[in-house]
Design a protein around this ligand. Structure first.
Ligand SMILES: O=P(O)(O)OC[C@H]1O[C@H](OP(=O)(O)OP(=O)(O)O)[C@H](O)[C@@H]1O
Ligand SMILES: Nc1ncnc2[nH]cnc12
Length: 210
């Protein structure tokens, strides 16, 4: 029996203008007839990182956040760049892997569109003093189902912080609106991407309404 699995890359790309910086994202099938345009922010170079950090920071600077919180893994570079662009220093990472020092962490269950099954989102108790009573800006690379951001907001609020804003590079489709409810009002994004279905002739087209 072969150990090879089917390549999820469709060979098609989706161009998106991210606040003046165009990126060409590979369309990747995550189910037989359902695909997303995958943005691996860590593969897009430091200029893209600086660009999104500057643009997101500009959207939230007037809210005077005290600190930025980002969700592992791909939310980490976003948190670093937004922190830098806001002229802040500290930031807090919500981890997904159960590192040894996180045995007693605050925890939230999440299930993102790109991950198989449930994951745990962890906030190191040692970071609580950085958040308690503070004005917090939560960032991530993408919001799709909204599960990751919902978990992030719950953890940050459990730590006693006020969430003053939520910044993402991309909103993807619309499911996150229902998941996040009134917290949608906090969200600013730099661009939107649809999701994709396979047509009869095996090309991938945006799903209407996404
Ligand atoms: O709105 P959602 O459906 O939750 O999807 C968005 C999340 O999916 C990705 O994370 P993923 O869980 O793939 O982990 P990664 O950052 O480690 O790649 C992305 O970085 C967001 O955190
Ligand atoms: N399009 C996308 N790119 C990267 N991570 C994602 N998580 C959910 N949708 C994503």
């Amino acid at each position: 029996m072969s150990s090879e699995t089917a390549d999820p890359r469709t060979g098609q790309n989706w161009k998106v203008d991210v606040a003046g910086y165009t990126v060409d994202l590979p369309i990747v099938a995550i189910k037989p007839d359902f695909a997303i345009s995958l943005m691996m922010v860590i593969d897009l170079g430091v200029r893209f990182g600086e660009h999104v950090g500057t643009k997101l920071a500009a959207r939230f600077a007037s809210l005077k956040p005290d600190i930025v919180v980002g969700t592992a893994t791909l939310g980490i570079p976003v948190a670093i760049e937004v922190t830098r662009a806001l002229g802040l220093n500290d930031y807090v990472v919500l981890q997904k892997s159960p590192k040894i020092h996180l045995a007693n962490a605050l925890e939230q269950r999440i299930s993102s569109i790109t991950s198989k099954g449930e994951q745990r989102l962890l906030l190191d108790r040692a970071a609580i003093p950085l958040l308690n009573g503070k004005r917090v800006l939560v960032v991530d690379d993408v919001v799709a189902s909204g599960s990751s951001l919902k978990g992030s907001l719950e953890l940050v609020r459990k730590a006693g912080a006020e969430v003053v804003g939520v910044g993402v590079i991309l909103t993807e489709a619309r499911d996150w609106r229902e998941t996040l409810g009134s917290d949608c009002d906090l969200i600013q994004s730099l661009a939107h991407i649809p999701q994709f279905s396979r047509t009869g002739n095996s090309t991938w087209e945006p799903i209407p309404g996404t």
